[in-house]
Write a protein that binds this ligand. Structure first.
Ligand code: ASP
Length: 322
């Protein structure tokens, strides 16, 4: 049997419902550790509680700590399963995917219903993740997210529903595999992977979403805060209201990188439009297009990239690698 390390970080999968109020919150003791005997059928599992945090409390510093813990243990285990709150699970998964260089399976999972709720998906998702972690085919695919009988890549997966157990989807691309009662079936693979093994996260990067009628005031406020970078979820193929252009130009002249993704959840950003604030206008100004990433993930990539590079050409190259 393979040796797998299970690292808990918190989230609903580690919480319990108060039967009087219906509220869900953290517990002193991880509820799944009492159910560990269920896991014995699949692997030799060691367990570790690294954090007991609701995932809105997770920061890039926690992600870095988790990455270091995972890397430290990879030499002793054939795979790692990490439980995490679902709200920011895709961010932690992508962060680990960007910084950890390994062919061994690293699986993130969570739950939409805590362990003592009717129809809880906690233990089920944990067992599914363990089954994927011991699978030979799960190797060399980067960090994976296993929830609700599906296997997703860290890069493409996103939480799409606030409460449905089928919340994790990979828009445009779909899952790369499924979990059935009998087998783990991969039907797609990962074509390329780039890792950036940083040792610290020290920069300040902001994330904004564009909207009709947006003006420069919020970007001016960010500029005053001495940012190291800015990510904007722009409109459509990567366009912005013309009112923000002047301030963005000043940021770029001050060597603050501005990354453009789309607020659409499918498709890519590209320099199609040449009107003021259109994609090709933005590209000419020196904004960098990040294809295939949502805003929070592009922000993490910029945080990581800025630990290594500062100049426009290198940052552009990093955002073109995917
Ligand atoms: N709010 C919870 C969290 O992310 C949601 C969950 O885990 O499903 O910690």
């Amino acid at each position: 049997m393979k040796k797998i390390l299970l690292i808990h970080t918190g989230g609903t999968i580690s919480m319990l419902e108060d039967k009087n109020t219906g509220e869900v919150t953290t517990t002193n003791k991880h509820p799944l550790t009492e159910l560990s005997y269920h896991l014995k059928a699949y692997a030799h599992v060691d367990e570790k509680v690294l954090f007991s945090l609701p995932s809105p409390h997770i920061t890039p510093d926690h992600m870095l700590q988790l990455a270091k813990e995972t890397e430290k243990n990879l030499q002793h285990y054939e795979g790692i399963v990490i439980t995490h709150g679902t709200d920011t699970l895709e961010e932690t998964a992508y962060f680990l995917d960007l910084v950890i260089e390994t062919g061994k399976p690293i699986i993130l999972t969570g739950a939409m219903r805590s362990s003592n709720e009717i129809g809880s998906d906690a233990l089920y998702n944990l067992i599914s993740s363990l089954r994927v972690a011991v699978e030979k085919e799960a190797e060399n695919k980067g960090v994976l997210v296993v929830m609700n009988d599906e296997i997703h890549t860290a890069k493409n997966v996103t939480k799409t529903s606030t409460s449905n157990v089928a919340t994790f989807q990979s828009p445009q691309y779909g899952p790369i595999g499924i979990v059935t009662k009998e087998a783990i079936l991969f039907h797609h693979t990962v074509l390329s992977r780039y890792t950036y093994p940083v040792k610290s996260i020290s920069k300040t990067v902001y994330l904004l979403k564009a909207y009709a009628g947006m003006d420069a005031s919020i970007i001016q406020a960010i500029s005053k805060n001495d940012p190291d970078g800015l990510v904007i979820e722009a409109l459509g193929q990567g366009n912005l209201p013309k009112e923000v252009i002047g301030t963005l130009q000043e940021m770029i002249r001050s060597d603050i990188p501005v990354i453009i993704v789309s607020r659409c959840y499918q498709g890519i950003v590209q320099p199609t439009y040449s009107y003021e604030g259109g994609g090709s206008d933005l590209q000419r100004m020196g904004l960098i297009f990040a294809n295939g990433l949502n805003g929070p993930k592009a922000r993490l990539k910029l945080l990581i990239a800025l630990e290594m590079e500062k100049d426009f050409t290198s940052l552009k190259r990093i955002f073109e690698e995917h």
